[in-house]
Design a protein around this ligand. Structure first.
Ligand SMILES: O=C(O)C(=O)C[C@H](O)C(=O)CO
Length: 273
C-alpha cells in the first residue's frame, strides 16, 4: 500500500513553483497499479484519494493507511467508490454490491470490512465523517443528469450527480461524473472556485489523448499536462478547467463545509490571466 502526501499551499506560492513542483503538490499519477491499493492524501479538507485495479481471482481488502491513524479505513470517514472499468463486487460488512463502469457506491462511517473482487478498476474518495448514514449504490442510468454546453463551443457534456444534497446522502462528500460528447474538449468553462470546498478531478477515457488542466487563482493561472487516470487536486481558491486533444470523462469529488453542488463562485473567463 503506498501513500503520496500532498501538502496544502498558499496561492502566492503556486505562482513561484516550477512545473515539476506544481505536479508534486497537486497531481497524483499511477494510482491504478494492478494488485495494489494506492492512496494520495490532500491536507486540504483531508481528502483521501485512492485507486485499485482488481484482478480476477484476487480479493482486495481496503485497509486504513497509516496516515489516518485509524484502526480501520472508515472508523472516522465516509467513502465513495467509483467504477472506472470492468465489473467489481464490493462487499461491505457482508452486504454485496455490483459496481459497473460509472456506477458509484457510498459507504458510511463505521463500515468495518470492505473487500473488492472481480475484474476492473475502482476509484476511491474518502473524507472525514461524523454521522453514520447508509450504504447506497447508484447506477449511471439512475442519477440526475444535466446536459450543458454545445458542440459549437466544444463543451457539450453531461454532468451526472451521485453523492450530493439531492442524491445519495453524505456528511461532506459530493461526487459525480462528467462525460464530454465526441468532438467536445472543454470542461468547466466558464470556470469557478469553491471557497468552501476542496475538489479533485480524476480524468478517464483519455486513452492516448493529453489534457491541459488550468489551475490557480483566476488572475494567475498555471497549467498542468495530464494523462489517462491522473488526478488533480484543486484548493478552494483555485479554478479547475481543462481542454484536451479528444473527449473524455472525469470524476469530480469534493469535501468541505456543505454538500450543495451549486455552492460555487463563478469566474468571468475574460478575467483569466
Ligand atoms: O464540466 C463541468 O462543468 C463540471 O463537471 C464541473 C464539475 O461538476 C465541478 O467542478 C463541480 O464543482
Amino acid at each position: 500500500m503506498s501513500v503520496t502526501r500532498l501538502w496544502s499551499s498558499h496561492p502566492d506560492d503556486v505562482a513561484r513553483l516550477d512545473g515539476g513542483q506544481l505536479r508534486e503538490r497537486f497531481v497524483l499519477s499511477g494510482l491504478f497499479t494492478p494488485g495494489e491499493v494506492s492512496w494520495g492524501y490532500a491536507h486540504d479538507d483531508r481528502l483521501l484519494i485512492g485507486g485499485v485495479v482488481v484482478e480476477a481471482g484476487v480479493l482486495v481488502r481496503l485497509e486504513a493507511p497509516e496516515i489516518i491513524g485509524a484502526e480501520f479505513l472508515l472508523e472516522r470517514r465516509e467513502l465513495g467508490l467509483v467504477g472506472v472499468a470492468g465489473r467489481v463486487e464490493v462487499s461491505a460488512d457482508g452486504e454485496v454490491f455490483g459496481l459497473g463502469e460509472q456506477d458509484v457506491l457510498y459507504l458510511p462511517l463505521g463500515t468495518r470490512d470492505v473487500t473488492l473482487a472481480g475484474e476492473g478498476a475502482v476509484y476511491l474518495v474518502s473524507a472525514p465523517a461524523h454521522h453514520r448514514g447508509s450504504a447506497e449504490l447508484a447506477s449511471r442510468e439512475g442519477v440526475e443528469a444535466v446536459v450543458l454546453g454545445s458542440a459549437e463551443r466544444s463543451n457539450h457534456r453531461t454532468i451526472r450527480k451521485y453523492i450530493h444534497a439531492d442524491g445519495i446522502a453524505s456528511n461532506q462528500l459530493v461526487l459525480g461524473i462528467t462525460t464530454l460528447e465526441p468532438g467536445s474538449v472543454w470542461n468547466t468553462m466558464p470556470p469557478h472556485v469553491h471557497p468552501r470546498r476542496t475538489e479533485a478531478y480524476l480524468y478517464t477515457g483519455l486513452g492516448e489523448d493529453v489534457l491541459v488542466h488550468l489551475m490557480g487563482r483566476p488572475d494567475a493561472t498555471r497549467h498542468l499536462v495530464l494523462h489517462e487516470r491522473d488526478v488533480v487536486v484543486s484548493p478552494p481558491w483555485s479554478i479547475h478547467t481543462a481542454s484536451a486533444t479528444g473527449a473524455y470523462s472525469f470524476v469530480w469529488a469534493m469535501a468541505g463545509e456543505n454538500v450543495d453542488y451549486g455552492d460555487v463562485e463563478g469566474v468571468d473567463p475574460l478575467g483569466l490571466r
